[in-house]
Every structure is written in C-alpha cells, then in structure tokens.
Write a protein that binds this ligand. Structure first.
Ligand SMILES: [Fe+2]
Ligand SMILES: [Fe+2]
Length: 204
C-alpha cells in the first residue's frame, strides 16, 4: 500500500522543481513504455482480442503523454540512462517473479498449460494497475493543487483496465491466496522503487 501522505509530500517537492519533475515524468513514461511493450509482446501475431489491443494502445498513449510532458519542461536529460534502467527494474523483476510463481503453480497442476501465459499477463497487469491507480491519484491531487494538467482521463483508463483484468481472472479462476502472495512480492519491489524516488528529494 502506498504511504499516501509521504508520497504526497514527496511529489509536491518533485513537481515544484522542473529538474525533478522532468525526471519523474520521464520515469513514468519509461515505465508505461515498458508495460506497453510487454503487453504488445503478449499479443498474438493474428487477430488479437480487442480488449488486449486497446490495453496496449492506451499504455503506449500513457507513455507518449508522460514523455511529451517531460519534453515540454525544456529540461535536458536529468538522469543518466542507466538510472532509468535501474528504475525500470521494478517491472522487469515483477514480470520475472510472477512468471516463476505461475510456472510453479502449473508444475503443481494448479494452472492449466493452455492458460499459464494468460495468467502471467493477467497477474502482472493486475498488480501494476492497482499500484498505478493509487499512485496516479496522489500525483493528480498534487498537480491539481498547483493548477497543472489533469490525470483524470488516464486514471479512468487504468481503472477500466483493472476491471477488465478482474473479469478475465474470474473466468480463469485466479485464487485470492495466490494474489496475496504476489502482492507481497510486488510490495517489496515497489519499496525499492519508492526508496529511490524519495532519495531524489532528500538529495535536492
Ligand atoms: Fe498506463
Ligand atoms: Fe493500464
């Protein structure tokens, strides 16, 4: 669970500094881009489900939105490329961890072979969407207080992805206990992302 007041304070400081805000927007853009590319890689070569195609298209648009906003700030690259690679680890490690857990469930006979790939996609997406909705809501409040741009449309899209994922998980029979296990894993990965972002403000 995102520590709301701590994030609010941190994001207030980030938004107040063009250099830090550029870094934050670039980070979100990179994460959205990695997410979109992962969804695109999951799509079949022919006739994808319309919902999956819509999801990939919207995530690419989120990446485009954040990266364009970063560019508008007119700040030159505020973080070396390798640092963005470091921040993107959150998604890569989450993807790897969920894949490992779903494969283990498949080996135990708890997941059918025909759906294990879909299960990986659904669980990673669910964890990321839950986190994104929490974090974007706080960021939206900070932006609103400063009279900057709105994230409402983007939050609405993330929330609708979440509803779609929940519907699909229900169909495939995703277990509550398995979800709690995955949530713990996501929680510890997010902690290191959080620590890194909080350290920007402390160092400023
Ligand atoms: Fe997104
Ligand atoms: Fe999403």
């Amino acid at each position: 669970m995102v520590e709301q007041s701590q994030w609010y304070k941190c994001l207030e400081q980030i938004v107040a500094s063009p250099v830090l805000h550029h870094r934050w927007l670039s980070t979100l853009g990179q994460l959205e881009y990695v997410g979109a590319a992962k969804i695109a890689a999951f799509l079949p070569q022919w006739s994808p489900e319309v919902e999956h195609l819509q999801h990939a298209a919207e995530e690419f648009r989120h990446a485009f939105f954040f990266m364009s906003r970063a560019r508008e700030l007119g700040v030159s690259q505020s973080l070396p490329q390798r640092r963005y690679h470091y921040l993107r680890r959150y998604l890569h490690l989450l993807d790897a961890g969920v894949t490992r857990a779903v494969k283990a469930a498949w080996m135990r006979g708890e997941v059918h072979e025909s759906v294990w790939k879909s299960q990986c996609y659904l669980w990673v997406t669910k964890l990321v969407e839950v986190r994104a909705v929490q974090l974007y809501q706080i960021y939206h409040q900070v932006l609103k207080a400063r009279g900057l741009f709105s994230l409402q449309w983007l939050i609405r899209e993330e929330a609708s992805h979440l509803r779609e994922i929940d519907r699909e998980l229900e169909r495939l029979g995703g277990g509550a206990e398995f979800y709690r296990y995955l949530q713990d894993m996501e929680g510890s990965l997010f902690l290191s992302f959080e620590k890194d972002v909080f350290s920007w403000v402390q160092a400023a």
